[in-house]
Design a protein around this ligand. Structure first.
Ligand code: AMP
Length: 474
């Protein structure tokens, strides 16, 4: 087996690796580090969890150990699709460069330009950035990319999903033709293939096994779920989720719940919290300081459940997650592999459960095809508490999301707003009607069906019930 000491890395980097407790390089590291150290371009086809971050960080640090940065001209550049991933790569740099005198700057949205400018002005060896923010700095004339000797593109497939490919192409064209490129992607979509053919020169191609084949320690299960009524799907699905969590009991020490839509991330987190579970959301629309706080709490074990979107969770390194729950079947089968790869890391046991509605069955088939395995169907025991505690008995209006359907159907009809894309197309509704009129329809119906005046609850002032003649007479 290859040892780190066989790889020609800088001795100070080797010391930091040793202190990090790594015994031997992972396959992507053993494959990518030697050609990277020789100055070759590298095309790494690997997913998060395989050790890919160190596979470019370690050779970069070794190559940069000699030499000094000049003002506004970073010597190397790492592009990441999300702020979280960029922050995580920055942490990796800190870990492995602790015995070296190298400087780095992190250019991500949500952090003030002024502070970032100050660092760049001083000169940095490693610049870690999201593409948009990097171009913002460049356009303000604060940054020159002509000194970039090594450029890394991390999670290129996610860049593609997020529409960053034109930015990446522009950044490539702003860096010197002679730069070394280390390019990483979990999959090779045709568009990614095109970029690598255009911008990489005779790269060493290292492909490591899909995580699905490596993740035998993850126990998987799927709940085939059909809502009793279309408009109850959201709340019933959340109950299934709570049942699953309850069924796992104390074995579920910490979990990530994945939703396909940001709106569902928020709704799910709020709903779980309401039922007494320790949960918080993370997605791209939340401000950076909140995202960082939530993630830190989750990493430190202060937060039990993280409800996330794929993009926000991409590349997050949370070492020991006991459970992953897919509230939705992901649209891309590869994302399933990414998601469940959050558990069962480094040989630990992990469990991954997915909730599949009839609408998701096609996407679910694609998942089973990809992982070449049938995922066992699991039954729900319905262990989650059905009744609220006293404190929860009178939820605020915005907390009525999960009103018990049996107890208060009309409340649910009013507040259980299905995500826009899921809204059933009622035959009686004209196609051209907009969403807000659909919503009003539902509220109105809730009102009429129950003979209530919308907005007044059960306490209708008696004079309103009088006829006009009676009122005048009074
Ligand atoms: P990554 O795929 O870069 O997100 O890394 C996944 C996790 O593996 C991180 O927690 C790393 O700290 C850890 N890791 C990276 N390389 C090694 C190694 N050679 N031995 C043990 N753990 C490692």
């Amino acid at each position: 087996m290859t040892k780190f000491s066989d790889l020609n890395l800088n001795t100070k980097v080797l010391k930091a690796i040793d202190e990090a407790g790594y015994e031997s390089p992972t396959p992507i590291q053993a494959g990518a580090i030697p050609p990277a150290l020789e100055g070759r371009d590298v095309l790494g086809i690997a997913q998060t969890g395989t050790g890919k971050t160190a596979s470019f960080t370690l050779p970069m640090l070794s190559l940069l150990a000699r030499g000094r940065a000049r003002a506004r001209m970073p010597r190397s550049l790492v592009l990441c699709p999300t702020r979280e991933l960029a922050a995580q790569v920055a942490e990796n740099f800190d870990t492995y460069s602790k015995h070296l005198k190298l400087t780095k700057a992190l250019l991500i949205g949500g952090v003030s330009f002024k502070e970032q400018d100050k660092l760049i002005d001083k000169g940095v060896d490693v610049l870690i950035a999201t593409p948009g923010r990097l171009l913002d700095h460049f356009e303000r004339g604060k940054l020159l990319l002509t000194g970039v000797q090594i450029m890394v593109v991390d999670e290129a497939d996610r860049m593609l999903d997020m529409g960053f490919i034109p930015d990446i192409e522009r950044i490539f064209s702003l860096t010197p033709f002679t730069r070394q490129t280390l390019f990483f992607s979990a999959t090779m979509a045709p568009e990614i293939e095109r970029i690598t053919n255009t911008f990489l020169s005779a790269p060493a191609r290292i492909e490591v096994a899909r995580q699905a084949t490596a993740s035998e320690t993850i126990e998987q299960g799927v709940v085939m779920f059909k809502a009793s009524r279309r408009d109850r799907e959201g709340s019933e699905k959340r109950r299934v989720l709570r049942d699953l969590i309850a069924q796992e009991g104390d074995a579920c020490t910490n979990a990530i719940i994945f939703c396909n839509r940001k709106t569902d991330v928020d709704i799910c987190a709020k709903s779980l919290k309401k039922y007494g579970l320790d949960a918080a959301p993370i997605h791209g629309d939340l401000d950076q300081s909140q995202r960082t706080r939530t993630l830190d709490a989750f990493r430190n074990g202060e937060l039990r459940i993280l409800v996330a979107s794929d993009v926000a969770a991409r590349g997050l390194d949370v070492p020991s997650v006991s459970h992953v729950f897919n509230f939705d079947v992901p649209g891309h089968a590869e994302d399933y592999v990414h998601r469940i790869g959050r558990t069962g890391r480094a040989g630990r046991d992990g469990k991954a459960f997915t909730i599949c509605t009839p609408r998701d069955e096609k996407a679910f088939d694609a998942v089973e095809k990809l992982i070449q395995k049938e995922i066992p169907r699991v039954e729900i025991e319905g262990k989650a508490p059905r009744k609220r505690s006293k404190a929860e008995e009178q939820p605020k209006v915005e907390e009525k999301l999960d009103a018990q359907p049996e107890a208060k159907p009309q409340v649910e009809a009013k507040t259980e707003e299905a995500p826009k894309s899921e809204k059933p197309a009622s035959k009686s509704r004209g196609r051209s009607r907009n969403r807000s009129s659909d919503r009003n329809d539902r509220n109105d119906r809730g009102g009429r069906d129950n003979n209530k005046v919308v907005g007044m609850g059960d306490h209708m002032p008696s004079f309103i019930a009088l006829s006009f003649d009676e009122r005048r007479a009074g």
